[in-house]
Design a protein around this ligand. Structure first.
Ligand code: NAD
Length: 509
């Protein structure tokens, strides 16, 4: 199914303008780069990018603000994040409009992205009273050992197009309660939503009396990000995007002994065991593989199905894929919106051509849609491809809706296939066999940062730490104790005795 009508670019421009006006965000109009919409593939507004001087001023201001912010009591820092959460709630619909217009997400997923921002604000407000250090038993009489957590400094946040607002909030809400200041370089593909978020945080700061420069936004392409990467005043660079980007950013930050937190590409798989509840599995697979038009870092890209049930699973998936409604993401019946650019569609077609040359068979999908209605946009049917082996193309992340189906005979073989890719972000198993589920979750099971049972690979909650291993970069963001990446710890030894006892029984003088 394809909806044949799309909104016009003029409609979308007006809708974006209305949302930005409600939020009070000004658009720095200019000719450096374009805000565009994947819904029609056309430009919305010409924008001004940050200059080197703007970046320098932002880093200097952020560093100065840090000197005040780091000694503001953490629960008071939490008040800023609480107010941000309230403003996000009040503007949920406008913000979701901007996510749909710029990233092409269907309404329900765009609203979900803003809900995730509200959730992390709630989490961070609670965290502002829970930045706990430990007290450690000292080996010396009359001594106490303690661990203290202190703010780190300026945090540079570089974000990707596909979660244009949530990734910023995961970093920013937590960094702010930790006492850091933040400079955000969003994806050049999604500048409008970042202007809206920046304005709301600015308003929150004005209202609670926080320094204005606790947050700065720098629009522009990777060259702006590179300035943050190379500047020693930026204590932590939290960068979300492709593995290619992480390979460039990681060593550059390390070369100046800065810290980096890398959230990079995934090549996520689900194992479907013979005992799986197939109704549950099919639903979970289709959402994880075709949702967000295959443009989540946690998108399901490989399905590893037991040979005995492979035909049944493939038949049901093929039927589900043929019914997926594709088209205008504002249409409430659409489940698959556009890809971000025609370049993404070219990459998908290239991967499909290569996998066919390597023996893969397309079972469903893979055709371009709405070419006449929107020649500059990139609508496509999600593709389901059966492959006999995990060839090089299957082992790559193609950021588009392609699901490769592999078969297995033993769980050991399934886990080996599962882990035999460079990336290590998200994973899952559908099984009703508890032993299989536990093996999958064990040290000898999935090698990913996220491992699920009876649920798909995408759609994480903010309460857990989010991130992955290997080429995914190793970073952890969001919940659990991910906050520790945004602080520095100090070990304190306090002597409350009248003796100077040396550790390890050393005697001196
Ligand atoms: P991208 O790598 O093209 O760009 C991401 C950001 O990095 C952009 O802001 C870009 O301007 C900036 N950038 C690129 N090269 C840079 C450099 N050398 N120095 C500094 N900044 C640089 O990624 P994208 O196409 O926007 O997003 C899709 C990718 O992001 C996919 O690979 C996806 O899996 C990944 N992703 C990962 C996560 C995660 O949490 N693991 C989340 C979302 C997206």
């Amino acid at each position: 199914m394809t909806s044949t009508t799309l909104p016009t670019t003029d409609d979308l421009r007006a809708r974006a303008r209305t949302a930005l006006d409600h939020i009070g965000a000004a658009v720095p109009e200019g000719s450096d780069f374009q805000a565009r919409t994947p819904i029609t593939g056309e430009n919305l507004f010409g924008l001004t990018a940050a200059t080197d001087a703007d970046t320098e001023a932002a880093i200097a201001a952020s560093r100065t603000a840090f000197l005040t912010w780091r000694t503001t009591p953490a629960p008071r820092r939490g008040e800023l994040v609480r107010r941000l959460g309230e403003l996000l709630r009040a503007h949920k619909s406008d913000l979701a409009d901007l996510v749909t217009i710029e990233a092409g997400k269907i309404r329900s997923e765009a609203l979900g992205e803003i809900q995730e921002m509200i959730d992390i604000c709630d989490f961070a407000v609670g965290l502002s009273r829970q930045l706990y250090g430990r007290t450690i038993a000292s080996e010396r009489p009359g001594h106490r050992l303690a661990e203290t957590w202190h703010p780190l400094g300026v945090v540079g946040v570089i974000s990707a197009f596909n979660f244009p607002a949530a990734v910023w909030s995961w970093n920013t809400a937590v960094a702010l309660v930790c006492g850091d200041t933040v400079i955000w370089k969003p994806s050049e593909l999604t500048p409008l939503i970042s202007l809206a978020c920046d304005r709301l945080l600015d308003r929150a700061a004005e209202e609670v009396g926080a320094p204005r420069d606790v947050h700065r936004l720098l629009l522009g392409d990777r060259t702006v990000g590179e300035k943050l990467v190379d500047d020693a005043r930026v204590a932590l660079v939290s960068a979300t995007g492709s593995t290619r980007m992480g390979r460039e950013v990681g060593p550059r930050v390390a070369a100046r002994f800065g810290r980096s937190l890398l959230e990079l590409g995934g090549n996520n798989a689900t194992i479907v065991a013979p005992s799986a509840d197939l109704d549950l599995a099919i639903q979970g697979i289709v959402f994880a593989a075709a949702g967000t038009a295959g443009q989540r870092c946690t998108t399901l890209r490989r399905l590893i199905v037991h040979r005995d049930i492979a035909d049944a699973v493939v038949e049901r998936l093929t039927a589900a894929y043929r019914k997926l409604p594709i088209g205008d993401p504002f249409d409430e019946t659409t489940l698959v919106g556009p890809l971000i650019t025609t370049a993404a569609l070219d990459a998908m077609n290239d991967a499909l051509a290569r996998v066919q040359a390597q023996g893969g068979k397309i079972l469903a999908g893979g055709n371009r849609r709405l070419t006449e209605a929107a020649p500059s946009a990139a609508y496509t049917e999600p593709a389901l491809v059966r492959v006999d082996e995990q060839t090089d193309v299957v082992r790559e992340e193609t950021f588009a809706p392609i699901l490769y189906v592999l078969t297995y005979d033993t769980l050991d073989e399934a886990i080996a296939l599962h882990n035999d890719v460079p990336q290590g972000l998200s994973s899952s198993i559908f099984t009703r066999d508890q032993q299989e589920a536990e093996i999958f979750l064990s040290a000898a099971g999935s090698d990913c940062g996220i491992a699920n049972v009876n649920i798909g690979t995408s759609g994480a909650e903010i309460g857990g730490a989010f991130g992955g291993e290997k080429d995914t970069g190793g970073g952890r963001e969001s919940g659990s104790d991910a906050w520790k990446a945004y602080m520095r710890s100090a070990t304190n030894t306090i002597n409350y005795s009248t003796e100077l006892a040396l550790a390890q029984g050393v005697s001196f003088l």
